[in-house]
Design a protein around this ligand. Structure first.
Ligand code: URP
Ligand code: ZN
Ligand code: ZN
Ligand code: ZN
Length: 488
């Protein structure tokens, strides 16, 4: 069958502009974008009149097939990605978790897990301990394995949590490698104390999760991470910003000229914590994630911050556990595996919440769901753009149709969905990934093993001009080969 597709008559939306144009795809790549493209007979033509043609979503934050809190997430690289494609996301970046502190063993394990992939993916890597071997392995990951970002957990005491000392070492190492440091910002020691207090008070249900780790602990850790990054003059990415407290620290640092990137997640933008008080255990427990879903005003403030550019790109933190797994914590909220879904729902919910409400334009939508992520992780414009030369990861979005979310019809393997029953305006009608139509007429057509690993080169630009010493480092860094824009 032909690998050529012509998308006709749609409004092509990129992060910087929109225009009516045709998009011609051949062999997995966009080869032409302009009005009235003529093609030979036999080329598949998809009519996009009255619809938006946009870059497929890129989710900067997922956990597929992750071993966590005594169990493993229910979505693996196939089911999670199938769900993503059905919702218009065509690439994600997943977090490699080291095996007993070994980065290379963790990497090998994730290479194995990712063999099920049906869409493109990249890796971040978590750092959970510190010694010379870890430092050396970080270098190998950046120089040989295509990983340009590392996550440090300031929470999860006793498992993933790291000390300030490690965070400082990590920040310095990231800086020397041209990699981006990411933090899960909650004060893990204080959370531990808060959890004990809740249990002593007899509050063992899911509401205890929220009460034990309030916004102030997220604000404290965010501020601390930002200040430590300032101390060593390194850029910093704050994952899953869930509270006003954290967002305001980011805004303050940005105002002072510091390079701090804030990532809200869909759950933090659209949900509120009332759900955690539901008397039915699983109904409440399915919403347990960290940092917790906050009171209503936090989500509204995060939306405003996304709309004004304080927060830059939207992730999901897709990390799914089914009812049985969530029930491990029926007697004690500390044992509820942390995480919620979002891969399939992100594009629809961001559109409905942010664009339909007038807080973002269509071009902004493309920026926060795709382009910003591609630029930040140094894979733009191969990803995150509808232009000649870019990968053919494309969605056709009908702004006049309606989406419906249901745990019965979603493509995640979980039996629950934190957005169950929601509907709203706009619908991803067609998803093209790697030049193939994988979602059309509500049907998925995906094959395990068809997804490609996207290697992400180190960033020089992130460090540009931050100080003299760095400039020397910069000039010594070999620029990544970029077939699209040799000037990057
Ligand atoms: O609850 C969450 N967020 N689970 C996934 C792990 C993490 O902290 O990102
Ligand atoms: Zn986290
Ligand atoms: Zn996460
Ligand atoms: Zn289906």
């Amino acid at each position: 069958i032909s690998s050529k597709i012509l998308i006709k008559g749609g409004t092509v939306v990129n992060a910087d502009r929109q225009e009516v144009a045709d998009v011609y795809v051949d062999d997995g790549v966009i080869v032409d974008v302009r009005p009235n493209i003529k093609v030979a007979d036999g080329v598949r033509v998809v009519d996009a009149t009255g619809k938006f043609v946009m870059p497929g979503g890129i989710d900067p934050h997922t956990h597929l097939a992750m071993e966590f809190m005594g169990t493993e997430t229910i979505d693996n690289f196939f089911s999670g990605q199938a769900a993503a494609l059905a919702g218009g996301t065509t690439m994600h970046i997943d977090f490699v978790i080291p095996v007993k502190g070994s980065l290379s063993k963790g990497y090998e394990a994730y290479v194995e897990k990712a063999k099920l992939s049906c869409m493109d993916y990249g890796f971040h890597m978590a750092i959970t301990k510190w010694d010379d071997t870890v430092a050396k392995e970080m270098e190998i990951m950046v120089k040989e394995k295509g990983i340009n970002s590392f996550k440090f957990f300031m929470a999860y005491k006793g498992s993933l949590m790291i000390s300030d000392e490690l965070l400082l070492e990590g920040l310095k190492k990231c800086k020397s490698l041209g990699a981006l440091a990411m933090v899960h910002a909650e004060n893990g020691d204080a959370v531990f104390e808060g959890q004990k207090r809740m249990i002593e008070l007899g509050i063992t249900g899911p509401e205890g999760h929220a009460l034990s780790r309030p916004p102030v602990l997220e604000g404290e850790a965010t501020a601390r991470a930002i200040r430590l990054a300032a101390f060593v003059n390194a850029p910093l990415y704050i994952v899953h910003v869930m509270s006003i407290d954290a967002m305001e620290e980011i805004a303050r640092a940005q105002k002072a000229g510091q390079n701090v990137i804030g990532e809200p997640v869909v759950s933090g933008l659209v949900l509120d914590d009332s759900v955690l008080w539901d008397p039915d255990f699983v109904t409440a427990a399915k919403f347990v994630m960290s940092p917790p879903i906050r009171a209503l005003g936090h989500g509204k403030a995060l939306q405003a911050a996304l709309s004004t550019g304080i927060l830059k790109l939207v992730g999901t933190d897709h990390c799914t556990f089914n009812s049985t797994q969530k029930s491990f914590g029926i007697d004690d909220f500390r044992k509820i595996p942390n995480g919620v879904n979002g891969l399939e729902e992100r594009m629809h919910l961001v559109w409905d919440t942010m664009v339909e409400s007038g807080q973002l334009s269509a071009t902004d939508f493309v920026r926060v769901t795709s382009t910003e992520c591609a630029k930040l992780f140094n894979i733009y414009p191969r990803k995150g753009a509808i232009r000649a030369g870019s990968d053919a990861d494309i969605i056709i979005f009908n702004p006049n149709s309606t989406f419906h979310i249901s745990a019965n019809s979603h493509h995640s393997k979980s039996d629950t969905n934190v957005y169950d029953g929601r509907s709203g305006k706009g619908k991803v009608e067609v998803t093209i990934a790697g030049g193939k139509i994988v979602w059309e007429n509500e049907e998925l057509n995906v094959v395990p093993g068809s997804g490609k690993y996207i290697s992400m080169p180190p960033f020089n630009y992130l460090y540009h001009g931050i100080d003299k010493a760095d400039e020397n480092y910069l000039t010594s860094l070999k620029a990544p080969v970029n077939r699209f824009n040799p000037s990057i």
